[in-house]
Design a protein around this ligand. Sequence first.
Ligand code: GRG
Length: 301
Amino acid sequence: MSAAPEGFIAQLDQWRARMEDALSRRLPPPGRLPQRLHEAMRYSVLGGGKRVRPILLLATARALGLAEEQVEAAACALELVHVYSLVHDDLPAMDDDDLRRGRPTCHKAFDEATALLVGDALQSLAFELLARDPGLPDAPAVRVRLVGLLAEAIGSLGMAGGQAIDLQSEGRSLSIEQVEQLHSLKTGALIRASVMMGAACVPALDARLERALAGFAAPIGLAFQIQDDLLDELSDTATLGKVAGADRERGKSTHPAILGIAGSQERVRTLSEAALKSLEPLGAKADALRAVADWLLARRN
Ligand code: GRG
């Protein structure tokens, strides 16, 4: 956890508790057939994770004067997609990890076929929520924008594409520009969508505010991944809840590998400053979003 002020830590805890409940209510109950699949979905989604993407969306909603109830289903959709990506990423065909969020990965706790289906079903549930959840603003155009933003962020020109490039790049050295391009797809696209889906929940948002949020989200997405790579180098497995030092072990081209620790920290600072500057048109209403950015870039896990 970061050195965030106490009041903000309480806010993060409250958002996390809200998301735990919101996700639990939207996932199929564990006793429902097919029981093993539903148990594995709940095992993977509930009881862990920082909930970064839902929290970004909730803070964006606050900056725009939306009630949390109005965006809760969109926040759930983001987390469901994120967990799908983690479950698939951990499979032997990809990163082959045994530990996630401090517990055995889904394919270890269950089996590989179940883990594949968990990812598939979580992705479907995410889009079902955007299409049908009664809590979202009652405007078809809002739902269509949300579906489009999420689909674009996670497809072959977003997260899945970034993952494909990442897998192809193992053991090869990339330039810093190539690494940043890869990160902006693999991690940045969903982080950007977390902010822009909040913006999309306002039926006719002022274009200036939309641009301000887009200018915030892009550098935060990249800085978040650089911070993740710094933690992989500097932290330990117990704190991270996943195996530390894995990037170096796999010979991945990362910011710390190319720019060193101090150079990477400097890059995070520069990106963070650019992100915060972009929020200026939103004034004090965006203070929670500023606090989320500070927390993300000073986190310890
Ligand atoms: C399988 C299509 C597909 C994509 C996988 C997200 C991803 C792409 C892979 C996960 C591995 C990884 C380290 C990705 C970088 C993004 C990242 C930092 C993920 C971890 O996100 P956190 O820190 O995790 O938000 P928690 O557990 O807190 O939710």
